[in-house]
Design a protein around this ligand. Sequence first.
Ligand code: SF4
Ligand code: SF4
Length: 188
Amino acid sequence: MKKRLGFYVDAKRCIGCYTCAMACKNQYHQVNGVVWRDIYDLKEELFPHRERAFYSLACNHCENPTCLEVCPVVAYYKRDDGVVVHEQEKCIGCGNCIRSCPYGAPRYNPVEKRAEKCSLCWQRLDADLLPACVLSCPTDALQLIDLATFDEPNAVQFPPGYPRMRRLNPSTRFRMAEMPKIYRREDV
Ligand code: SF4
Ligand code: SF4
């Protein structure tokens, strides 16, 4: 299988600290109100426990990206390693990609009046560095993976609460949060 980079989101390890989202913001200086990576608190029907669980999400660098298909000025391209790149200087801010991505990954920059999104830090990858979010995570809950070699038997592509878009074939994989085991004393 051809190289295909993506993120591994380990909801069992994630503590919802926002370090990854802030590392992304620091790396790219996104304007006020715009984030490329965000943390999503799993709703009670998905994780019914007072200690919450989280997904850290950004662009999924899909195999068949709809953002790329709908862009009228070819501002998107896919690299050989699977990274979906948005070239902001080509963007005319029409919003097609923002409306069409079921994962809400492209965001509108009101200052530039153009779209933008997670680049999987391709410039850092080309310099043999990890993406800023992955490097910053204190619990290793966010990892860079290559689906050509990724072999994690417990990983899932479409966990509860995450849109099941098979045609896009997103490159993010997840490990689900587990409810804590409950032990009861037998003598009470
Ligand atoms: S998640 Fe959305 S923006 Fe990212 S590659 Fe897929 S369709 Fe494009
Ligand atoms: S830095 Fe790691 S633990 Fe913190 S929110 Fe991001 S993925 Fe979760």
